[in-house]
Design a protein around this ligand. Structure first.
Ligand code: ATR
Length: 497
């Protein structure tokens, strides 16, 4: 089973000990990054394992390998020797591991480590990219007995993560640590056990990162339930790019934990949806959420698709099936469920609706507004896109400029804002500033962070009933849960959000 390693990058040993205390319940091992310590502190490292009270890795990383050590090789070897010197017969008082880079050929250090039971981690770092032949590299790192071979390589895309995973499958018998660094590498850190990696390295927030892409110990341990992940654990996830502010991992992992379900939900950031599907198949992913910009791009790779995907032209949920990925769309039902519940109706018969925007989200909204029998006007900054979306439904359309105001007044029972204007990084922007609310409109903004956009705030101050996108988000996630798990969503757990 993989272990959580806490990377200690403090300037003093006292500070590193404080960090251990704050994270003791989440971590199994600590890595003392001697290269991050102030020079005076480096000569006091020998007693650190005793003070730490958990297995400690001794590491002195050079700048060229992503560390902070700037001194010469002679001085670095002396420091390593100092850390391994005067070993006690009680192994808990010695460093449990020493990280020796592949190019460091100092037999005396290895001998000192072996005699007193300090395990050698034979490491290779590539802070720029992932080597072509990972398997050969691993073989070249492997030395004797139970030593660990470690490769930490920057993943410049999800395909680097896929190559690392495939290499891990060829080398299942080897004791190893495999890490894909950077944001693309997050799946390798959460699913370290699947990658056959003995450790997943973490850093506490606020500390300088041991390596790019490291998660926090509490996050990995509590949120992703790292220690319960085994070969039997069902893997779900979300793919999109850049996939920074996504609510879904919190939602699903919280539900899995509360229900004690052996499943984990992992972010797979990628700009290439085909690579995601290859990795998902290799990792036996059971289902995934699909978000911007892949909702349309994924459709050609689906084995089958629901009616909603066909009518909207966008897919936000895939489920694994022996005959290929099944694609569905829960945005649409999430939207209509939320709006109908808000207005207390079963359909939109007789309602006149304005939809602002003509992008992916507007496609799902327009399909539902049509299905629910409303008459609608689509207004968009780029008028031709409004026209393209409106025509198949027989809706009216217009450009989003002052000329459209009179037109909007005829479709003003319900106004639905579907663009990203008003959301990070454009908080405060109001894409509908040209329109004065009468106070009689029901106004919905699909944005949920911030809770109240400038648009929604203006509508609310004019006396309109307003609804943001949070309820829709929860409803579409509930629908995804039901598709993923094949059972009803445990609605009593909703109060946790
Ligand atoms: P999504 O899938 O989230 O809907 P999208 O497909 O990129 O994202 O669509 C973005 C929509 O928001 C488009 O309708 C876009 O208008 P254009 O078609 O003219 O580009 C609209 N949009 C984005 N920023 C906007 C802004 N600042 N003001 C008005 N409309 C905006």
């Amino acid at each position: 089973m993989s272990k959580i390693c806490l990377c200690l990058t403090g300037k003093t040993l006292a500070h590193d000990l404080e960090i251990i205390e704050k994270n003791r319940k989440y971590v199994d091992v600590a890595e003392l990054r001697v290269d991050c310590l102030d020079p005076d502190e480096r000569f006091r490292i020998r007693r650190f394992p005793e003070m730490a009270g958990l297995p400690v890795i001794l590491t002195i990383r050079r700048e060229s390998d992503g560390g902070k050590y700037q001194g010469g090789e002679g001085a670095r070897i002396s420091l390593l020797a100092h850390g391994l010197a005067n070993a006690f017969t009680d192994p808990r008082l010695n460093f449990a591991y020493v990280d020796l880079e592949d190019y460091l050929n100092v037999p005396a250090l290895e001998e000192a480590a072996r005699v007193f039971g300090t395990k050698i981690i034979r490491s290779y770092h590539n802070i720029h990219g992932t080597d072509d032949d990972i398997v050969e590299k691993l073989k070249s790192l492997y030395h004797v007995g139970d030593e660990l071979a470690k490769i930490a390589a920057m993943a410049n895309s999800l395909s680097d993560v896929l190559r690392m995973y495939r290499a891990s499958q060829e080398m299942t018998d080897m004791n190893k640590i495999l890490i894909c660094m950077g944001p693309f590498g997050i799946p390798s850190r959460i699913l370290a056990d699947r990658f056959g990696s003995e450790f997943s390295y973490t850093t506490m927030a606020g500390q300088s990162l041991g390596a790019p892409g490291q998660l926090e110990p509490k996050e990995l341990s509590d949120h992703y339930c790292f220690k319960s992940i085994s070969n039997k654990t069902k893997v779900f996830g979300i793919t999109g790019f850049p996939l920074r502010a996504t609510f879904s991992p919190t939602f699903f992992n919280t539900i899995f934990k509360l229900e004690d379900t052996d499943a984990v939900y992992v972010p797979f950031p990628t700009d290439n949806v085909k690579t995601f599907l290859e990795l998902a198949e290799a990792l036996n992913v059971s289902g995934a959420s699909v978000t911007i910009p892949h909702k349309t791009a994924i459709i050609p790779y689906l084995g089958s698709q629901s009616e909603s995907v066909q009518s909207i032209g966008a897919c936000n949920t895939i489920i694994s099936d022996p005959r290929g990925w099944i694609g569905t769309n829960t945005d649409a039902s999430g939207f209509s469920g939320s709006l109908l519940n808000f207005i207390g109706k079963k359909n939109l018969k007789g309602k006149r609706v304005t939809i602002i925007g003509a992008g992916g989200a507007a496609h799902a909204v327009a399909a539902e507004v049509y299905r629910l029998e409303a008459r609608a006007l689509i207004v968009n900054r780029t008028a031709v896109k409004a026209k393209e979306l409106a025509l198949p439904y027989g809706f009216a359309w217009d450009g989003l400029d002052h000329h459209c105001v009179e037109h909007i007044k005829k479709y003003a029972d319900i106004i639905i804002q579907t663009t990203s204007a008003g959301m990070e990084p454009n908080i405060g922007e109001d894409p509908f500033a040209l329109y004065q609310f009468s106070g009689r409109e029901v106004v919905m903004d699909l944005i949920y962070t911030p809770e109240c956009t400038a648009f929604l705030d203006r509508a609310s101050r004019a006396g309109c009933q307003t609804l943001n996108g949070y309820d829709m988000l929860i409803r579409q996630a509930q629908a995804q849960y039901e598709l993923f798990m094949g059972k009803e969503f445990p609605s009593h757990l909703l109060s946790r959000f």
